[in-house]
Design a protein around this ligand. Structure first.
Ligand SMILES: C[S@@+](CC[C@H](N)C(=O)[O-])C[C@H]1O[C@@H](n2cnc3c(N)ncnc32)[C@H](O)[C@@H]1O
Length: 202
């Protein structure tokens, strides 16, 4: 069976995000890294939309800021130098239930400290928070890697999140997923439009 290489995975994740994203929309990049995903989303939402991007590494936030500046995209992006697990605290309440796309590109930043990777616990918490941000028909695109330490456990928790979404009646696709093979895969959750949008609890 053909497998996806990391570049192809990223391109495919972009296609899956672009399919539900329009100018004027709100999007979230949960793992900004070098800013390529953030810039991709910012280009589509244009100056009438907004992107919120998260990263725990100062170096990643700086790289993303630099890329946005040279691309003329800074005005439509808010950078958060904090964990995506703190998404509820970082995203203004008026945007909850309004977000079209949340993208995750898990693992470590290529060319950087490979010990700083996404972690299963915070990724799982962030996926649940991201789900609450989605508008009806909004989509989470999550690229999971299994090769780094902790990657298999993270992949299993992403899979459990997918099961919960499926049980709620959302559309769930697991592209390239195989329980017995360690390889990158993409989870796509598209929120069931018949769900009521998340009730704001506090
Ligand atoms: C594979 S890279 C992301 C690549 C990026 N999307 C791009 O387009 O260049 C993963 C990133 O996740 C970041 N990261 C790790 N844990 C995180 C967390 N809890 N919250 C937000 N970002 C995190 C790492 O610092 C790293 O920059």
């Amino acid at each position: 069976m053909a497998t996806l290489n990391p570049i192809r995975v990223t391109e495919q994740a972009h296609e899956l995000a672009a399919a539900v994203l329009q100018p004027g929309d709100i999007a979230i990049d949960a793992t900004a890294g070098k800013g390529r995903d953030t810039a991709f989303l910012a280009n589509i939402v244009s100056s009438t939309g907004q992107v919120h991007a998260f990263d725990v590494q100062a170096e990643a936030v700086q790289s993303t800021q630099n890329l946005l500046q040279v691309s003329g995209l800074s005005s439509q992006v808010t950078l958060h130098h904090r964990s995506h697990a703190e998404m509820r605290a970082a995203i203004p309440k008026e945007l909850w239930g309004q977000v079209s796309v949340v993208i995750f590109n898990c693992g470590y930043l290529p060319g950087s400290n490979q010990k700083i990777t996404t972690q299963s616990g915070s990724t799982a918490a962030a996926l649940e928070a991201a789900y609450e941000m989605l508008k009806p028909t909004g989509r989470i695109v999550c690229v999971a890697y299994t090769g780094h330490p902790g990657g298999q456990e993270e992949s299993s928790l992403i899979h459990l999140f997918a099961d919960r979404c499926q049980a709620r009646g959302d559309s769930v696709e697991k592209i390239n997923y195989h329980p017995n093979f360690a390889r990158p895969w993409i989870l796509v959750v598209t929120r069931n439009p018949n769900h009521a949008t998340t009730k704001l609890s506090n």
